[in-house]
Design a protein around this ligand. Structure first.
Ligand code: ADP
Ligand code: ASP
Ligand code: MG
Length: 482
């Protein structure tokens, strides 16, 4: 069993959908497909909802018109008349339901997370209908399935957590069709809460849907088909000479995704780990390329990729007395957890009176809100602590299993950053981690990624032309030992 996921760019137009359909048909049966919304449509849906909530009827109408136009263009590529008309009829129902939901938001002048998820799910639902119809019109038996009846989640709208057992039971209903040779096209990104309402798994969540479905169906391999030829040694939009990493381990992939490599949603790997499902990242623009294979073992213990997580806040908590540190930490963790703020990294200063937390809260009110939250929590618990918060921070990470085990690894990373003129705000490493990380000012993030890539990755491919290795090459060699 194969599960094949196609991202927004890969289903971004009638032509891209045809191209992806051909890739699907080349894969042996049984196979399930997971689709994202047409590229850009998720943002348009969120924009329409935001416009409705603030009473901007003009903006809402423009966004809805753009969504309909994108869907009409993709639907126009369904070759067979009957299949196309049947798909358009379902799209009309989806668009009518979208209009109703937006009208309700506009009337209430308020957008709940629950309504937002129902609205934004329209994008994936429409795409699943159009992909299944495209396959059928090419003579490939296919059906669409909406994941609010397959991927069981809790009710945390906007970032729902899956229930693996219930998902497994619900996915079993897909088996007879799959085994009869029908390609099942499921919506990515969405799930269903216990009360039957639609949830989403968070932006970029279709990758996660694919591995959740793969684990539930005991798939041999989950394929993430995207717009780059695999996991690269850095984001190609940042580093022009980034190259494909042919094989990585689950823990390396998890670190990469966690530290900002957008090619995989941060939670994608977890379901694959428990079931030992192989994950492969492939390009719909170069389907013959081998891509990146993610498995339990991976290969080597060198730095495989450099990433940056931007838009973070750096929280510093100073306590007067050493014995207050544990109490202050407990309050901070609880307050951040209740506010739904994710912690990217935590470290303790050597004085043991200071903890630093890098948190992802730029979209949750920034320092103003987070500082207020923590001040209140600490005051209530009567812990004597001082909170400071800094915005515009990035976390850069050099990812590779074993790289942190070498005692001088951090010093070497800091040397590379220092030479590049990057100021390091904090750095922490645990020898069992599959990444070296440093917090830097966000304005230095791109420079930091370039410098680390140049020193730790580029030499692995451009070394060995009979020239004396450059200093960065020697440095990279010693990093790789670590
Ligand atoms: P999809 O719509 O297929 O889910 P995404 O845009 O979510 O695609 O993810 C693919 C993008 O991830 C690439 O276009 C690339 O810019 C970005 N990216 C960031 N870091 C990496 C990396 N290390 N390797 C590959 N791509 C990366
Ligand atoms: N369409 C959703 C998004 O843009 C989910 C995804 O593409 O993975 O976030
Ligand atoms: Mg994505």
């Amino acid at each position: 069993m194969y599960v094949m996921k196609f991202g927004g760019t890969s289903v971004g137009s009638a032509e891209r959908v045809r191209n992806s359909a051909a890739i699907i048909e080349a894969q042996p049966l049984p196979r399930a497909v997971v689709v994202s919304a047409v590229g850009g449509v998720t943002n348009l849906l969120l924009e329409a909802a935001a416009c409705a909530a603030r009473g901007d009827a003009e903006g809402q109408t423009a966004a809805v018109a753009a969504i309909r136009a994108r869907h009409a263009e993709v639907a126009s590529g369904i070759a067979n008349d009957a299949d196309r008309l049947a798909a358009i009829a379902i799209l009309d129902q989806l668009h009518a339901a979208l209009d109703d939901a937006l009208a309700a938001v506009a009337a209430a002048r308020e957008l709940s997370a629950r309504d937002s998820d129902r609205i934004v799910a329209t994008g994936e639902k429409a795409m699943s209908v159009m992909m299944a119809a495209t396959l059928r019109s090419r003579g490939t038996p296919a059906v669409h399935v909406w994941a609010d009846r397959v991927i069981a989640t809790d009710g945390r709208y906007g970032g729902a957590r899956p229930n693996r057992e219930r998902t497994r039971a619900q996915a079993a209903a897909l088996r007879p069709g799959l085994e009869a040779g029908v390609t099942v096209v499921m919506t990515g990104f969405i799930g269903g809460a216990p009360d039957g309402s639609t949830t989403t798994l968070g932006r970029g969540g279709s990758d996660y849907s694919a591995t959740l479905l793969g684990a539930a169906l005991d798939a041999t391999e989950v394929q993430i088909w995207t717009d780059v030829p695999g996991v690269l040694s850095a984001d190609p939009r940042q580093v022009a000479d980034a190259r494909v990493v042919s094989q990585i381990s689950y823990d390396e992939a998890q670190e990469l995704a966690h530290f900002g490599a957008k090619v995989l949603h941060p939670r994608t790997i977890r379901p694959a780990v428990s079931q030992g499902v192989a994950v492969r990242i492939l390009s719909t623009f170069a389907p013959e390329e081998p891509g990146t294979l993610v498995t339990r073992d991976g290969v080597g213990s060198h730095v495989k990729a450099v990433t940056a997580l931007k838009n973070l806040l750096l929280l510093t908590i100073d306590v007067a007395e050493l014995e207050d540190l544990a109490g202050a930490s407990a309050e901070v963790f609880a307050a951040l957890h209740h506010a739904g703020i994710e912690i990217a990294a935590v470290s303790q200063a050597s004085s043991r009176r200071r903890m630093t937390y890098l948190v992802d809260a730029a979209s949750k009110g920034g320092c103003v809100r987070v500082s207020a939250l923590l001040d209140e929590a600490l005051a209530q618990s009567e812990v004597d602590a001082e909170v400071r918060c800094e915005e515009g921070v990035a976390l850069v990470a050099a990812v590779g299993r074993g790289v942190a085990a070498h005692p001088s690894a951090v010093a070497r990373m800091l040397a590379v950053l220092g030479r590049a003129g990057v100021s390091v705000l904090s750095s922490s490493v645990h020898e069992s981690n599959a990444a070296l990380t440093a917090a830097v000012p966000a304005r230095h993030a791109d420079r930091a990624v370039l410098a680390l890539h140049e020193a730790m990755i580029r030499p692995q491919s451009s070394n060995g032309h009979g020239r004396r290795p450059r200093r960065s090459v020697l440095l990279a060699e010693s990093m790789r030992v670590g």
